[in-house]
Ligand binder design. Structure first.
Ligand code: ADE
Length: 233
C-alpha cells in the first residue's frame, strides 16, 4: 500500500478524483480514501496544516493501512531566487527548522539520536523526476525543477529575513509546514518517503497574496506528478 498525503483541499482534491472505487475510513478526525490509482493500492488523506497533523496521518497510514511508502504533495515558499511560482522542488532531504536545542549546544533542526536532515528515498525521487521529464518533454515552457532540502516549521514564512536565514542555515530550496515531520515519522518507521512541492510564493512580504492566488493552480500539476509517480513506485 502507498500512502498519499496533502495538507490542503486544493492539494489533494484532484488526486481523490483519480482513485477507483474508494472506501472511506475515518480515524482521529481525518478521512482516509483507500482504492487504486494506476493499478497501485493507495490510501490518500488530507492531513491539514502543520507538523503534528502530518505526523499523525503518516503514523496511521503505517499502522492501520500498512503503507510501505509515502508521497506528500503540496505547495511551498521559495528560498532561492531562481525558483519561481510554478517551479517544482523534490526532496533530497527534509528537516524541521523550528526544532531549537541550541541551548544544549545542538544545531538548529537537530534532535538527539536522529538525523538532522532526513534523506528521502532515492528511488522514489528518481521516479518523480522521470515522470516530470516525460510530462514536459517537447513542451515550449518547462518549469524549473530542483532536487533539494526542504525545511519545515509550524510557521507560514512571510518575511525576507527568515527566508535568508533558512537558506543559509539549511542550504534549503523551499519552506513549508509538514515535510520535516513526515520525514521524521517515516524514518522512525523505517519506510521510504518523498515530498513534491510546487512553489506558490516567495516567502517574502507578499507571500500570503501570492499563495492565495496560486493555490488552486498548483493542483493539476501536483495531481499529475503524484498519480503518475505512484505508478512507478
Ligand atoms: N507553504 C506555501 N508557502 C509557504 C510559506 N511561505 N511558508 C510556509 N509554508 C508555505
Amino acid at each position: 500500500m502507498i500512502g498519499i498525503i496533502g495538507a490542503l483541499d486544493e492539494e489533494i482534491a484532484l488526486i481523490y478524483e483519480h482513485i477507483k472505487k474508494y472506501e472511506i475510513t475515518e480515524k482521529a478526525q481525518f478521512r482516509f480514501y483507500t482504492g487504486k490509482i494506476n493499478e497501485k493500492k493507495i490510501t490518500a488523506v488530507k492531513c491539514g496544516v502543520g507538523k503534528v497533523n502530518v505526523a499523525l496521518c503518516a503514523q496511521i497510514l503505517v499502522d492501520i493501512f500498512n503503507c510501505e511508502k509515502i508521497i506528500f504533495g503540496g505547495v511551498a515558499g521559495s528560498l532561492l531566487p531562481g525558483l519561481k511560482q510554478g517551479d517544482v522542488v523534490v526532496s533530497s532531504h527534509a528537516v524541521q527548522f523550528d526544532v531549537d536545542l541550541t541551548a544544549f549546544g545542538r544545531r538548529r533542526g537537530e534532535i538527539a539520536d536522529r538525523d538532522r536532515l532526513i534523506e528521502a528515498d532515492p528511488a522514489m525521487v528518481s521516479a518523480v523526476l522521470e515522470v516530470f521529464d516525460d510530462m514536459f518533454e517537447g513542451k515550449p515552457e518547462i518549469p524549473n525543477l530542483m532536487v533539494g532540502t526542504i525545511v519545515s516549521g509550524d510557521k507560514f514564512v512571510s518575511d525576507p529575513k527568515t527566508i535568508k536565514w533558512l537558506q543559509r542555515e539549511f542550504s534549503a530550496a523551499c519552506t513549508e509546514m509538514e515535510g520535516g515531520a513526515l520525514a521524521y515519522t517515516c524514518q522512525a518507521n523505517k519506510i521510504p518517503y518523498v515530498i513534491v512541492r510546487v512553489i506558490s510564493d516567495s516567502g517574502g512580504n507578499e507571500a500570503v497574496n501570492e499563495f492565495e492566488l496560486f493555490l488552486s493552480k498548483s493542483s493539476e500539476l501536483l495531481s499529475r506528478l503524484i498519480t503518475l509517480s505512484v505508478k512507478q513506485f
